[in-house]
Design a protein around this ligand. Structure first.
Ligand code: BTN
Length: 265
């Protein structure tokens, strides 16, 4: 099916934001090509508004752990937002909250059966649909901004392109239809902004029930690469700070705040 969905448009995204009832001061930066939307917001001068950057493609899209984020043009969402950090103790949950916000938006578009692989992968049928990259910049000793970048595969035809290193999928593969990225971006920005407010006010514990519904790892045996070592254990959910709880073979429990996880079948 030809992709007739519209190109990214500032007017459209802003129109949808108004439709979604978004009222905070926000600046939108839209590019047809850029190195990385996260990098752009990391180097943009400090401001008081929420800054959002989207691009049709990225020449140096970045994933977690130094990986490249494949960014075919005019097909998917490459979008970053910059928000003030209101509580440094809660930043380890930003990635998790971002995934929950994206899942909640996709539910409104009737896309279900999604799972989250801690800390940041949204999966469908064991294939990666979306990832996020959270980076902090410090304004001064006590004040930080968080750049949260979202890569969501929307209209890519997974049969046409293949990525050698990973099983991945797109909304097009899941639903058989092309989606309006302007509408999706504005819905995600609105939802993420309201989830961030909740996180700063109540902490991640308020999201734990929701997380449980989507936890891809729980009760599975994992290998986690963490600080040059590989740890094997059973995933036992996550803590109120958003750390992964791993039960080791001797029964001891470890809380991990970062790591590269793979399932042991
Ligand atoms: C991952 O799963 O490894 C994280 C992927 C994050 C990709 C997004 S695309 C928009 C933003 N800009 C980047 O360079 N990376 C993030």
């Amino acid at each position: 099916m030809p992709n007739n969905s519209p190109l990214l448009s500032k007017t459209e995204i802003l129109k949808w934001l108004v439709e979604n009832g978004f009222k905070k001061p926000l600046k939108l930066h839209l590019f047809s090509s850029i190195d990385s939307t996260n990098t752009y917001l990391k180097t943009l001068p400090i401001s008081t508004e929420i800054e959002i950057c989207c691009s049709e493609t990225q020449t140096q899209g970045r994933g977690r752990l130094g990986r490249t984020w494949h960014s075919p043009s005019e097909e998917n969402i490459y979008c970053s937002g910059r928000w003030r950090v209101k509580d440094l103790n809660k930043v380890s949950a930003l990635s998790l909250v971002c995934s929950l916000a994206v899942i909640d938006v996709l539910k409104e578009f009737d896309i279900t059966d999604l799972k989250i692989k801690w800390p940041n992968d949204i999966l469908w049928n064991d294939k990666k649909l979306c990832g996020n990259l959270v980076e902090l910049i410090s304004e001064n000793k006590n004040e930080y901004l968080a750049v949260i970048g979202i890569g969501l595969n929307v209209n890519s035809d997974t049969l046409k392109h293949s990525l050698p290193d990973k099983e991945w999928c797109s909304l097009y593969e899941i639903t058989g239809i092309h989606h309006n990225r302007n509408q999706l971006i504005s819905a995600i920005v609105c939802k993420l902004d309201s989830y961030l407010d909740k996180l700063w006010t109540y902490g991640f514990s308020i999201f734990l029930n929701e997380w449980e519904k989507y936890d891809y790892l729980k009760n599975n045996i994992l290998e986690v690469k963490h600080h040059q070592t590989t740890i094997k254990g059973k995933a036992c959910g996550i803590t109120e700070q958003g750390n992964l709880i791993l039960e080791l073979e001797n029964g001891a429990r470890l809380n991990l705040n970062a790591g590269e996880v793979s399932l042991k079948k």
